[in-house]
Design a protein around this ligand. Structure first.
Ligand SMILES: [Zn+2]
Length: 421
């Protein structure tokens, strides 16, 4: 575990330090030493943000981990959970049964909440997060609830959580994860009641090393993936392991060339959007069906005898709810895929712009530097700035639920204007 976090000493120290303090506090409490009340389960001794002085007696049941998408934020949260549950000599040994179970996502006392909707509402918070936080741990000292994408909490959902975060059950630790470099993105009221750990993005060299070691990628491919993904570990990993991801990226970047050719650009964009929609649907097709079957079975669908009819009505309602949740998940996935493509394209225009103004900075897409050079000469500084604006507008449209085809047609039109064709 310490190894997993070795690249980010500040995170490692915070996480392992907290787990160590938690263990000591529990040991003190068990041996009857002067640890008052709830503080017996204190998680302390942690260096958070500047200004949050470490305090060994303060209770820290509520945490927020922030970091850019792909920085390994969720892994850090999971490592923290493992360190809390660890039964090894040093917290977070990574070898004991508890550590392994947590890291494999199979520990009964560690719950990972991964919201599928674009916005986390009050009902979801009450049913999933608050209910989960108030259950006692069964086999371990701590019940750990990790909430992914906590930046999606609606204001009212954050309010509903306030009490739980302020006075958490004495054996519960809540960890919010927000994919952001700016903690401001995460509810202010909640943030002020949590300890903050910032998880920095790993460097290109670190990601390269990881992909060579763990995925058997060549040094060249690993480095390219690290750069092209803008230091997003998960994406970089998929780029070296999934050929369809590489093809998608190439198709997206080649759009910048096609923009000159009118109809071809619109058609290529249309094909890309279609492919992403198909992928988003297929990605969950199996999972959707399995979930539905599980639900129906657990509710005893198809049963006979008294009450079966009444049960059937209840089942229909719950199936409907499930289908709604599944549709939201597909929508989110579709949107994420398109957004990722737009970020790729923006990276190429940025490379071109930097060439146009003569700046020497590492390119995002070194394998497309030829095309970036052509764009720098052909579209020019002003045009390239307009291209980046056009992408920003399209991303905003997508986030505002504008129909994909309309948003992307608009993008192609604006890019053509910027090219002066
Ligand atoms: Zn362990």
């Amino acid at each position: 575990m310490a190894e997993r976090l070795a690249d980010t000493p500040s995170v490692r120290d915070a996480v392992l330090g907290a787990a160590r303090a938690a263990r000591e506090a529990r040991r003190d409490a068990a041996s009857g030493e002067a640890v008052a009340g709830d503080a017996g389960g204190g998680v302390g001794g942690v260096v958070g943000d500047a200004g949050e002085a470490p305090s060994s007696s303060a209770m820290t049941h509520s945490w927020v981990f922030t970091g850019a998408p792909g920085s390994g934020r969720s892994q850090a949260a999971l490592a923290f959970a493992a360190a809390l549950e660890c039964t090894g000599e040093e917290p977070g040994c990574g070898r004991c049964r508890e550590c392994r179970a947590v890291l494999e996502g199979a520990h009964t006392d560690v719950v990972r909440v991964v919201p599928q909707a674009l916005s986390i509402g009050v009902d979801y918070v009450r049913e999933t997060i608050i209910a989960g936080a108030h259950r006692l741990p069964t086999v371990s000292p701590w019940r750990v609830v990790i909430i992914e994408d906590a930046d999606r909490l609606s204001a009212s959902a954050a309010d509903a959580l306030l009490k739980t975060v302020e006075e958490p059950p004495s054996r519960t630790v809540i960890v919010f994860c927000a994919p952001s470099t700016d903690p401001q993105d995460f509810s202010t009221t909640l943030r002020s009641r949590c300890r903050h750990v910032y998880v920095p993005s790993p460097s290109v060299a670190e990601i390269t090393r990881l992909l060579v070691e763990e995925e058997g990628a060549t040094e060249h491919d690993a480095r390219l993936a690290a750069q092209a993904s803008m230091r997003h570990i998960g994406r970089a990993r998929r780029l070296v392991t999934t050929p369809s991801m590489q093809q998608r990226r190439a198709a997206v970047l080649n759009l910048a060339e096609l923009i000159r050719h009118g109809d071809q650009a619109f058609q290529a964009m249309y094909a890309l959007v279609k492919a992403m929609e198909k992928e988003a649907t297929e990605a969950f097709a199996e999972e959707d069906a399995a979930e539905r079957e599980r639900l129906e079975r657990s509710l005893g669908a198809g049963g006979r005898g008294k009450g079966a009819q009444k049960a059937a009505r209840g089942v229909a309602g719950m199936v409907k709810e499930l289908e709604k949740a599944q549709r939201m998940r597909t929508t989110r996935r579709r949107r994420d895929l398109l957004d990722l493509a737009l970020v790729d394209l923006a990276g190429l225009y940025r490379d071109a712009l930097l060439l146009a103004v003569g700046a020497t900075v590492e390119p995002v897409h070194p394998d497309f530097s030829g095309l970036a050079g052509e764009l720098a000469r052909g579209v020019g500084e002003r045009g390239l700035v307009q291209c980046l604006d056009a992408i920003a507008v399209c991303r905003r449209h997508i986030s505002e639920n504008v129909q994909f085809s309309i948003a992307t047609d608009g993008l192609v039109g604006r890019l053509r204007q910027a090219y002066g064709v």
